[in-house]
Design a protein around this ligand. Structure first.
Ligand code: NAD
Length: 340
């Protein structure tokens, strides 16, 4: 069995490689190493994954992508390569489009033109549902906002409404992956992920806030919250996500051509204030937190309704936020020299 992971040197990609490498003969990673920290992840993979083949290149380059599919016939393709920050997509919408929209198209076309029929998984985002301005958000208590009318969170039936260049470019890939199942009978599945966190994540202020705060805490850097800290997200530890990928692959006939919301769901949410409390308890130290203005477009709440993926795949998150955060904190402390 051969597996391709685009963006395989990234956070989720490295966890996918670790999980799936023992199950296959060869695992190919295509990554341009543009994300900070990826050179450390690829070094880790080179040292630990015997059946790894690393191709340094960009999904935007058609010849590179085509040659990968000419060289090998794949059983599974994880398309994770992306420009991942909304903020960067606003300052540089062209490269965001080229990486996320054109890059996704190149991967699909690489498969189509070589006549392969791998199972293909696309890591999409909750941003395809837009700003959700019409959804009523209420202050639930002095630590949380919440949805007034969506106790289980946002389901796949919520209308698509691409906001921001990132929302548009990721949404384009999302729709192309679904449509290639319809038009060309591809075995694709789309997972619309919310906040994922875990080992091998080099989070920063713009993307990956759980890791960003934990890294700042270990560094002793000041912590800044944009807004009042009552904002809530559902959070999912990466090992639970990768287990969901595995179950989607094993059950491709049930999920082919469909999109699912995948996150911690309504049972695994966290506000920033709650997170800071966990951090204080875990480290046993008081933390200095400063507050700054809300950033444009920041949502007060996002919670995925994960009941559909739970039902279809019989999957459910196993790591509660506190347990997952402890795992990541330990990983950061054990890899201090790489991170700090
Ligand atoms: N982490 C999350 O919370 C989250 C949430 C929703 C969706 N996603 C999606 O999951 C996927 C993986 O995200 P991640 O969190 O691991 O981020 P990441 O930045 O760690 O991984 C993305 C990888 O893509 C690579 N890459 C960027 N441009 C490339 C290009 N032109 N060609 C080849 N490789 C390129 C980067 O170097 C990086 O290794 C992305 O598609 C992202 O949109 C992530």
């Amino acid at each position: 069995m051969k597996i391709l992971v685009t963006g395989g040197a990234g956070f989720i990609g490295t966890n996918v490689v670790k999980h799936f490498a023992p199950k296959c003969d060869k695992i190919v990673v295509l990554d341009d190493l543009s994300r900070k920290g990826t050179e450390k992840n690829i070094r880790y993979q080179r040292e630990n994954i015997a059946n790894l083949e690393f191709v340094k290149g960009s999904v935007t380059n058609w010849e590179t992508v085509r040659d990968i599919f000419k060289k090998d016939s794949f059983d599974i393709v994880f398309h994770l390569a992306a420009q991942v920050a909304v903020t960067t997509s606003v300052t540089d919408p062209r490269s965001d489009f080229e990486i996320n929209a054109l890059g996704s198209f190149n991967v699909l076309e690489g498969v189509r033109l070589t006549g392969q029929k791998p199972i293909m998984l696309y890591s999409s985002t909750n941003k395809v549902y837009g700003g959700m301005e019409e959804v009523v958000v209420e202050k639930m208590d002095d630590q949380h906002y919440g949805y007034r009318d969506f106790p289980h969170g946002i389901a796949e039936t919520f209308p698509l409404d691409f906001h921001s260049p990132y929302g548009c470019s990721k949404g384009t890939g999302d729709q192309y992956f679904i449509d290639y199942a319809r038009i060309y009978d591809f075995k694709t599945v789309v997972l619309r992920q919310s906040c994922i966190y875990g080992d091998h994540q080099f989070g920063n202020e713009d993307q990956g806030w759980v890791a960003h705060f934990l890294i700042s805490a270990v560094k002793g850097s000041p912590l800044t919250i944009f807004g009042d800290g009552l904002q809530v997200r559902d959070v999912l530890y990466v090992k639970d996500l990768v287990r969901c990928y595995d179950m989607a692959i094993s059950n491709i006939d049930k999920v082919k051509g469909k999109a699912f919301n995948v996150g911690g769901g309504a049972d695994n949410t966290l506000s920033l204030l709650e997170f800071i409390d966990i951090l204080k308890e875990m480290t046993g130290e008081p933390k200095t937190v400063s507050f700054d203005d809300w950033r444009p477009g920041d949502q007060k709440v996002y919670i995925s309704d994960i009941r559909e993926v739970q039902k279809v795949l019989n999957w459910t998150p196993e790591f509660a936020p506190r347990a997952g955060i402890e795992e990541l904190y330990k990983w950061i402390k054990d890899h201090k020299e790489d991170i700090l």
